[in-house]
Ligand binder design. Structure first.
Ligand code: CMC
Length: 465
């Protein structure tokens, strides 16, 4: 009880220690050497094993359970970094200087103020839509002018900035009014003149990426508020990205502990190799389509229960199970029905997912702080023991990132149906970084399918069939 920020760092470093004791430290040679195209590789269904490109952004070692962003171990980033700094690292390939980081944080904060997008979004019945569908819609609405990703390298993206400006009444109290008063209010804070990055400090061609990182968070928060019958909140000048996101989503100023834990969650979800949603974004961008549409494709792919949608399913499943004592019976039934257990297994990890290594003890810490989480956390732990003893050795099935994240979000009072949007808020950084990297040597994605249909069918008019 009474955990501090130092306890959070200690928990992350203890998880790192355990991971390093259990895993060796050699990279997988077949996935870390430069290639001469074309290459030969063995491809399974679902493009398993297919190599689509080279990258310097991130590395997942599935056999050992490592996750690395731009050479930095995920455990170190979670212990010492912030989401803003990690996003800068993913996008720019290096850690920012103090001045750059300060500027970047203020830029993101300023761009979380998107009244035009919010106004357009709220003209739809957002509260009745699936939150991921609403998030995709809001992301498309953020785009005010046509921007082709292929134009990124041509340096003409300066004119692509979303044209949000002060034009919608914002609530000035976090509790909000059920029926907002429609009058134009002064913004709570005015950005100081220097918040916009100078041309020297920030390259022009990432304008849209900054808009997307900040804007998707604001859109997610707007959806969360709309589902509570509330109007959007604007970001506060003294909160960082994670803190502001939590504030704008829940309407409650987060505690420093909550802000720190959310920051870690965002870092953990920021990038993860050639996963389905990243690939979806890259495929759309490779056609030189619009970057907002490319990120919308990522959001669409992420929404499925086999990908980011699993975090919602996990919480529903744990509630269905009900208690740790009910786990063995429930699991027997799940096996009999050939059900996949949500939050377990991974295409790449055949070892314990390092993200779950961090989230599990954080969930434990938060459960220790909140009596209403004790039972759901204990149920999760019991289910982990059951599944890992049945499938760990034989099928290399362990908890993945989605297994404990929902418990963490629940401790912050976030409704379950918003969990997948949090995943998207973080992953926008990885999607943008990977799209930008791929476009440097773009080639449109175009695999082939093996045709197993018939030939020589004779066409008959409809009335003869
Ligand atoms: N529960 C029970 N058995 C499983 C599970 C599971 N969660 N996952 C895989 N298996 C078994 C599967 O039945 C199969 O067994 P067999 O060889 O006897 O047919 C074997 O393991 C391989 O499974 P697969 O479905 O072929 O593996 P995949 O690489 O195609 O799928 C996966 C990976 C993540 C979609 C899958 O493990 C799954 O459906 N997990 C549950 C959903 C989930 O938690 N998704 C979040 C993934 S991590 C976050 C993210 O990237 O979004």
């Amino acid at each position: 009880m009474g955990y501090t920020l130092d306890d959070v760092t200690r928990i992350v470093l203890e998880a790192k220690e355990r991971a390093h004791q259990e895993t060796g430290n050699e990279p997988e040679p077949e996935f870390t050497s430069t290639v001469e195209w074309p290459i030969e590789c063995t491809v399974g269904p679902g493009l398993e094993g297919a190599i689509a490109c080279e990258t310097k952004i991130g590395y997942v070692n599935g056999k050992k359970g490592w996750l690395i962003y731009r050479g930095y171990d995920i455990f170190d980033l979670c212990a010492y970094s912030t989401f803003e700094e990690t996003s800068f690292l993913l996008l720019h390939g290096r850690l920012p200087s103090e001045t750059e980081l300060d500027l970047f944080c203020r830029t993101l904060r300023r761009r979380m103020f998107i009244p035009k997008t919010q106004r357009s979004l709220l003209s739809f019945a957002v509260e009745e839509r699936n939150p991921m569908d609403a998030l995709r819609l809001g992301t498309n609405l953020m785009r005010q002018k046509q921007i082709r990703p292929g134009a990124l390298n041509a340096g003409i993206t300066g004119e692509t900035v979303a044209s949000d400006e002060d034009s919608i009444p914002m609530e000035t109290k976090p509790t909000g009014w059920k029926k907002p008063v429609y009058e134009f209010l002064e913004r709570l804070f005015r950005p100081v003149q220097d918040v916009e990055p100078s041309a020297d400090a920030m390259p022009d061609d990432v304008e849209s990426f900054y808009n997307l990182i900040a804007g998707v968070a604001a859109v997610s928060a707007t959806i969360g508020r709309a589902r509570q019958g509330r109007m959007p909140l604007e970001p506060l000048p003294d909160l960082g990205f994670a803190g502001n996101y939590l504030y704008m989503l829940t309407g409650r100023r987060p505690s420093p502990l909550e802000e720190r834990v959310m920051d870690i969650c965002l870092i953990l979800h920021a990038d993860h190799g050639m996963n389905a949603s990243t690939f979806a974004s890259m495929v759309v961008a490779s056609t030189l389509s619009d970057i907002y549409l490319a990120i919308g494709a990522g959001i669409s792919a992420l929404s499925g229960p086999l990908h980011g949608g699993a975090n919602v399913e996990v919480v529903n499943m744990l509630e269905e199970i009900g208690s740790p004592e009910a786990v063995p019976k429930w699991y027997k039934m799940a096996v009999a029905e050939k059900r996949k257990v949500m939050g377990f297994g991974h295409r790449v990890y055949k070892a314990y997912d390092p993200r779950a290594r961090i989230l599990a003890p954080l969930a434990e810490m938060l459960a220790d702080e909140s009596p209403e989480l004790v039972s759901i956390y204990a149920t999760a732990r019991a289910l982990e023991t059951e599944v890992v003893s049945a499938l760990g050795e034989e099928k290399k099935i362990f908890p993945n990132v989605d297994f404990y994240s929902g418990i963490v979000y629940r401790s912050m009072g976030i409704p379950a149906d918003m969990y997948t949007t949090i995943f998207a808020v973080a992953r926008v950084s990885g999607w943008c970084a990977r799209v930008a990297e791929y476009l440097e040597h773009n080639r449109i994605f175009r695999p082939r399918a093996i045709y197993t249909g018939t030939f020589d069918e004779q066409y008959k008019p409809a009335d003869e069939r």
